[in-house]
Design a protein around this ligand. Structure first.
Ligand code: CYT
Length: 150
């Protein structure tokens, strides 16, 4: 099988998200990339922060927008080991991020008994006022494997 350079880059950034996920209270990690540079990384801190909204995606978005002092992430790409839940997909819409790349889908996570709300990020985006490019299934097997170790 031929693997394109773009594909190799996507796998490289997803591997960074996988390393973040290993530090999480739940095994989810996320990174934000612009112009092939990593600008923020984060993992799930729901338990340590006693914050049900502290998903990897919310944490990485908040970390970058705080650093930039700008709520807009237009032109940025978010890599996340798990498909953004409706809360995180909505945060992606509000921040105007340009691209979402995920590993395991909500359906994949439900199939291994992870509590999820069964609404895809594409459904949220379709009902919104934004266009966000979505790429799915990058290193999906590795992203799902994290749950067998936890
Ligand atoms: N996609 C996600 C689901 C649950 N928790 C997270 O941090 N991320």
């Amino acid at each position: 099988m031929l693997t394109s350079l773009a594909n190799m880059n996507q796998e490289y950034f997803m591997r960074l998200a996988l390393e973040e996920a290993k530090k999480g209270d739940a095994p989810y990690g996320a990174v934000i990339v612009k112009d092939n540079q990593v600008v923020a990384v984060a993992y799930n801190t729901v338990r340590q922060d006693s914050d049900p909204s502290a998903h990897a995606e919310i944490n990485v978005i908040r970390s970058l927008t705080t650093k930039l002092k700008n709520p807009s992430l237009e032109g940025y790409s978010i890599y996340t080991t798990g498909e953004p839940c409706p809360m995180c997909a909505t945060a992606c819409v509000w921040t105007g991020i340009s691209e979402i790349i995920y590993g395991a889908s909500i359906e994949d996570l439900i199939s291994i008994n992870q509590g999820q709300i069964n609404i895809s990020c594409e459904e949220i985006i379709a009902k919104s006022f934004r266009t966000i490019k979505v790429t799915k299934g990058i290193l999906k097997t590795e992203c799902l494997k994290l749950f067998k170790l936890s």
